[in-house]
Ligand binder design. Sequence first.
Ligand SMILES: *Cc1c(COP(=O)(O)O)cnc(C)c1O
Length: 399
Amino acid sequence: MVICRRIEKNDETYRGGTVISYGRQLIEKDDIEEVVKVLKSDFLTQGPKIEEFEKNIAGYCNCKYAVVFNSGTSALQGAYFSLELKKGCEFITSPNTFVATSNAGIDVGLNPIFVDIEKDTGNIDVSKIERNITRKTKLIVPIHYAGHPVDMEKIYQIAQKYKLYVIEDACHSLGAKYKGEKVGSCKYSDMAVLSFHPVKHITTGEGGAVLTNSKKYFEKLKMFRNHGITKENFINKSAGEWYYEMQFLGHNYRMTDIQAALGISQLKKLNRFVKKRREIVKAYEKAFKNNSYFDIPVEKGYAYSSYHLYSIWLKDKYKNRKKDIFSEMRKKGLGVQVHYIPVYLQPYYQTLGFKKGICPIAEDFYQREISIPIYPSMTTENISFVIEKLFKVFEEVNL
Ligand SMILES: *Cc1c(COP(=O)(O)O)cnc(C)c1O
């Protein structure tokens, strides 16, 4: 048994022993060497590794520009900010996501409208978007849940028809493809946002990026992550070589060169990591075919998923036993998680006036969903362990 990661110590369901987490990073010797090189160099931050990482990400995704940030969340905030929308404008997004997707929009004064999801992918139900568009709607923010792309051509058509912007929350889907095109190419969107948190496809510890084909957004994003400061295109006359201007209120959302070096090294492995994830999926599909306990993910004809998560959905008769099933899984060493509690059910969102029941499919999805382990360093033994323990839990659960 390969010991993977202990669940957080304060996690009450952790009872000791080994736990196979739902996701984790894979850092190898060469990754470490690249980081050490930067630690011995002149620049720990704002050095050459940032641009190199940005060029490589943009190149990988087949997009013109990338701007890296110190987290996926700050990258999202930068993307929303760059559109220069008036306060009070609305954006349409999915409730089946991490809170950061909508939080970052609220942070710049925009209001989220949650549209229900498709049962089979967990992605926003594109057919329900139009009826939620109002005169205040300016933007659609789809998220490619678990690494399975949203049908972007359809989103694009709606966006064209109503003159809306599109920001893809692509934090789950680096390495995925939509109709043969890399997610992040921004073929059907204004910007796409990535995260390099350790459970994502590649990591920089914390980190994120915005991809775009627009020079205007590119320049805005670079200033936004650095206090709104620029050293060119001045409003006032330059007073000398030291001169810089702060032209709007930005932040320090910069990534370090230490992180960028790790990112550059990790990006080289992305295809291998995604391939491994898809091999694990194959093994799961073989083991879980026609089982009577839960349903498993689909991959639509247009999609090549990068499987950030592997979701299982409890069938009707197990749906109301999720709490016990989940605890049993944890006790048996499966570091399972749930993705996601519909965002608008969070206490903060309740204070904003969102009511339970507005997205019934997302709520039902939440009742059934459990994310089981999937990450590139999983061994054959780990995979067999997961499958065996999982079935054991269901065999033992008293209905
Ligand atoms: C991880 C994640 C984010 C936030 O990224 P951080 O790097 O953790 O800030 C945003 N949206 C989704 C869908 C994510 O999974």
